[in-house]
Design a protein around this ligand. Structure first.
Ligand SMILES: Cc1cc2nc3c(=O)[nH]c(=O)nc-3n(C[C@H](O)[C@H](O)[C@H](O)COP(=O)(O)O)c2cc1C
Length: 497
């Protein structure tokens, strides 16, 4: 007799929070049938165990191995549908998370998987691109460029070969939604890449996956094998190959042109643009480089129609956004919601305020190159246009909350030192500018800088913004200058008198 079926996430974050320990403890038990699923992304509740009930799944949170008798007896579980962190979300891309086994093709199809690909195969490449145009989807990797425009350029380019590249380098501190997709719903990424390949006429794809993601890499490789065996990786006799390539371990390799250099086996150095990758990318051929989340959004658009996608969110930012809440909030985790809620609403409704009674000092949105927001600025709507107007970025949707114990000068120095370390060195403003800026911040920390050094820091920042070759140097000054603007005393009080 098989035991009670229990669902336990296999996601790296869940495992780090204790899910793997539970799996080890219960694996040999005859009264338990353990099913390893993706994670719901409510990481503050992990390790979380679920079981079926007539009212849907019940969950037990912060579980230890000793809780098993209680779970088997059905005592104390709460219906998943009553957890506000989850029930307040609008899940489309992450709809299967916590529900399905990542490598089950049957489960993927039962959740609506492959409907988009089937629709795409019934139409022409230009019909696919038209659907994406109607959806008004903008890239989720940071630049928010309209997806259909890139596809159109690559589709109309004449070339012997074309490529599709998923950018899975996910280097922004505090972001993990790409990893969750690759570990938790890899067929969705593969389906999105296949649809893109059909639209532009590509025969090969690569997933450039962050080296620090071994579980994602293994899961993707297994998923590609399974998709191949099931016969999905060809259309009308035309094969499409997908290969997972391990990233070079450098932040700048997430920048699309440095990524292409790295894929070609060279050092990850930024290329001057134009030409853009859609015109001349991998090995000089038209290439679509897009973020994992962008590709994972495509299947639903082809399945439900571009107009459906365009009806979600705001005028300029259609669809949903995956936010990754981290730092000193009570409830960190993954949130999928339509664009438009304010930053404060997200922090209050999903984060549930600060952890351990701490006081909020600043919020950094968009990774290590993102501007800092103070409490007074939190009423900004989460959409591309409002952030652009505020001279800020949404980036890849990472939100890191800092408390009042944070030393803003040290944070600024840390972020600038990161850029100085990670600069590819191709352009002077980034290579030298980040180093000089870090030296000024070091000097302030040592009490050896003057007011003139602060002016120089601002001037240097403006020069880097205006003249760097890519977003690494171009965005590096933003967190530092916003810290200086909002917390001037923390800098000025440490100047030489
Ligand atoms: C320094 C730097 C690092 C980047 N890292 C990533 C990354 O890890 N993942 C990503 O998708 N885009 C990253 N980008 C953005 C890419 O250059 C590119 O805009 C993106 O892959 C395009 O995908 P999208 O059209 O889906 O937005 C980075 C950009 C810069 C300047």
């Amino acid at each position: 007799m098989s035991g009670v079926r229990l669902y336990l996430s296999n996601d790296t974050s869940s495992c780090a929070a204790g899910a793997e320990r539970l799996a080890e403890a219960w694996r040999q038990r005859s009264d338990v049938e353990l099913v390893r699923t993706s994670s719901r992304g409510a990481f503050y509740l992990e390790p979380m165990v679920e079981r079926d009930s007539p009212e849907g799944r019940l969950a037990w949170c912060h579980v230890t191995a000793e809780d098993l008798p209680k779970i088997l007896a059905g005592d104390g579980g709460i219906p998943i549908s009553t957890i506000p962190f989850l029930s307040k979300q609008t899940r489309h891309t992450f709809v299967s998370f916590g529900v399905t086994e990542p490598l089950s093709l049957e489960a993927y199809q039962a959740q609506g998987g492959l409907a988009g690909l089937r629709n795409a195969r019934q139409g022409s490449p230009s019909a696919i691109i038209q659907e994406i145009k109607t959806s008004r989807l903008r890239g989720r990797g940071g630049a928010a460029f309209p997806v259909w425009k890139k596809w159109d350029v690559a589709a109309t380019a004449q070339a012997d070969r074309k490529y599709v590249v998923a950018n899975a380098d996910e280097g922004d501190a505090g972001t993990y939604c790409d990893r969750m997709i690759m570990e938790g719903d890899p067929f969705r990424l593969i389906e999105g890449m296949l649809i893109c390949a059909m639209a532009i006429g590509a025969g090969a794809g690569y997933i450039y996956c962050r080296q620090e993601y071994p579980a994602a890499t293994a899961c993707l490789r297994a998923a590609i094998r399974a998709a191949g065996k099931a016969g999905w990786l060809e259309s009308d006799g035309q094969p499409f190959t997908i290969e997972v390539v391990s990233g070079a371990g450098s932040y700048v390799c997430g920048e699309e042109t440095a990524l292409l250099e790295s894929l070609e086996g060279k050092r990850g150095v930024v290329r001057a643009r134009p030409p853009h990758p859609a015109q001349s990318g991998l090995y000089g051929r038209p290439t679509i480089v897009s973020n994992v989340l962008t590709f994972a959004t495509i299947p639903n658009i082809l399945a439900r129609g571009g107009a459906w996608h365009a009806s979600l969110g705001t005028e300029g930012s259609c669809g949903t956004i995956a936010l990754q809440l981290g730092g000193r909030v009570k409830q960190p985790g993954l949130i999928e919601i339509p664009f438009g809620l304010t930053l404060r609403e997200v922090l209050d409704q999903f984060g549930q305020g600060m952890a351990d009674g701490a006081r909020l000092k600043a919020v950094q949105v968009g990774g290590p190159l993102g501007s800092l927001f103070t409490d007074a600025q939190l009423d900004i709507p989460i959409c591309f246009d409002a952030f652009a107007q505020a001279d800020a970025i949404l980036g890849h949707g990472g939100i890191v909350v800092f408390d009042d114990q944070t030393d803003m000068l040290e944070l600024s120095r840390h972020l600038m030192a990161f850029v100085a370390d990670e600069s590819c060195g191709k352009c002077v403003p980034c290579r030298i500018g980040s180093l000089r800026a870090r030296e000024i911040l070091d000097a302030i920390q040592r009490g050896q800088a003057t007011e003139a050094d602060l002016s120089l820091l601002t001037e240097l920042g403006d020069t880097m913004k205006a003249t760097s070759l890519c977003g690494l140097g171009g965005r590096a000054p933003y967190p530092v200058l916003s810290a200086l603007e909002h917390f001037p005393v923390e800098f000025r009080s440490r100047l030489r008198s």
